[in-house]
Design a protein. Structure first.
Lengths: 215, 215
């Protein structure tokens, strides 16, 4: 870590994307300034929590004037490193892989999709984000030449362990994991961000049947 | 809420699906008993946290013998109401809608998909989970006849506000929301579970560039 950067705690890191998303919506709606009270009402956080979080990054607000939305949006984007283009490959060109590539991996987001692989590549003629689907047999040669740093796993969970071992041996150490396989059990040294879509559905199931516990 | 049920706090509710997922994997791997230490190592929670959580549901463990995996799996499934079949419709039959329907909405999960709608239904011949894709113009008649309680939103964010207003007026009060529209701003009375796939990608972007902060 660069010495000029502050250490930001995990809960704050997890709030940053939410801030960024709300600011993005405000910008699109032409809102130029907003107070911490205003953000508070939108996001369901307390104004003091918001001020505390924003102070961590140098406090972009002015007392009585509120925050400059565009500036705050840009600063948080920089903190999140959304201007980077980490070379990224997608494994799994099914509906989920396609949805993830088109909904999340397009635009400035910190990553650049440079390859897509699928074990049934020969049956898939449709490109993803302008990239052809390559067979898994080409993975080694591709990684040697293009040195991707990040892999997005959109395969069935059953194949995830073998696949992760293979990708890690090829030098990939950052994963965006949509499978239910827990990569950190065998590879504590890598970085993994999991998306467990079904966990969210189960939480909805609980709350849908216990309605008095809604917040 | 039924008086026989205990109130479970939000952090515990959010851990339940993870427990369920790990227990499901253990069952599939033939593990019949596990100690809180064993679960702790798998999940990265402290053994005392796990015992405390499980005690809330009546404590299924036996000192020195550990937990019966199948029984714990079943009990947590019941707490999550995965045996229910809340009538559910999906709006948006693109890649994301298809991925969500096939990866999450199949099987016993508390919900039963009874209808799929898309504004371009006439161009989509491929069924989803055995259901044809209906045009949006049929939404009112369908809801009157079939009374769905839950809607899964897999549409572009731009159309989400109008769509949510329409669905709520048709009696739907539970949403699994994949758009970036914040439904609770205009409808605080409904139940919403959000999946913000991009938030996870932004957190990965932060951590990928601040490697010393990996946990």
């Amino acid at each position: 870590m660069e010495s000029s950067k502050k250490i930001i705690s995990n809960p704050v890191i997890n709030r940053l994307p939410r801030y960024y998303r709300y600011l993005d919506n405000l910008l699109k709606n032409g809102v130029r300034r907003i107070s911490s009270d205003g953000i508070s009402k939108l996001m369901g956080l307390t104004p003091s929590q918001i001020r505390q979080d924003f102070n961590l990054f140098g406090g972009f607000g002015q007392q009585g004037y509120g925050y400059n939305v565009a500036q705050l949006h840009e600063e948080i984007g920089k903190i999140l490193n959304l201007d980077k283009e980490l070379p990224t490959i997608l494994i799994g060109a099914g509906n989920l892989g396609r949805a993830v590539a088109s909904n999340a991996l397009g635009g400035s987001n910190g990553f650049k999709l440079i390859g897509v692989f699928d074990k049934n590549a020969e049956n898939i003629s449709q490109n993803i984000a302008g990239l052809p689907i390559s067979p898994m047999s080409e993975l080694e040669a591709f990684c040697k030449e293009n040195k991707p740093q990040v892999a997005v796993l959109c395969t069935p969970t059953e194949s995830a362990k073998e696949l992760a071992d293979r990708l890690i041996s090829l030098g990939i150490d950052k994963f965006w994991n949509f499978t239910n396989y827990d990569l950190l059990v065998h590879h504590p040294e890598i970085l993994v961000e999991n998306v467990h879509i079904k966990d969210s559905l189960m939480a909805l199931s609980y709350r849908a049947n216990n309605s008095s516990e809604r917040k």
